[in-house]
Design a protein around this ligand. Structure first.
Ligand code: CU
Length: 149
């Protein structure tokens, strides 16, 4: 019996090594038509550093068709977007010090990109998360689902 248990443990250890490389980076594109191209993003909790790149594939300037990438629990995101309008461009349309904001990039214009890093292990597996653009008037069209695996 002891021999069988020992074998099972050894097999488990062999499969849990660092050989399984996770993809800890993703790009979400945004365009001049006020859309995120990717409406869903999968993030592994094994990624203690996840690099998210927001790429503005349009040509319009940041003050006209600026986009950012903000992550929140789904029930919070519309309220954050509303508060973001008041926060204004100096704050990238993100309410400063708002604990409901989990991750937020700066606002970028056409042809630009920005990368933010976050610790995906702090997200809840199976949690209900939405990413959105908090530029005034954009959140209704610009949102997507972040799935934590
Ligand atoms: Cu936008």
């Amino acid at each position: 019996m002891r021999w069988i248990l020992g074998t099972a443990l050894a097999a488990t250890a062999a499969f849990s090594g660092p050989a399984l490389a996770q993809d800890c980076a993703a790009t979400v594109s945004a365009n001049d038509a006020m859309q995120f191209v990717e409406k869903e993003l999968r993030v592994s909790r094994s990624c203690t550093t996840f690099n998210l790149t927001l790429k503005h594939v349009g040509t319009l300037a940041a003050n006209i068709m600026g986009h950012n990438w903000v992550l929140a629990a789904t029930p919070d995101y519309t309220a954050i977007a509303t508060a973001g309008m008041t926060a204004g461009p100096a704050n990238n349309y993100v309410p400063p010090g708002d604990a409901r904001v989990l991750i937020a990039s700066k606002v970028i214009g056409g042809g630009e990109e920005t990368t933010i890093s976050f610790d995906a292990s702090k997200l809840e597996a199976g949690g209900d998360y939405t990413y959105f653009c908090s530029f005034p008037g954009h959140f209704a069209l610009m949102s997507g689902k972040l799935i934590v695996e």
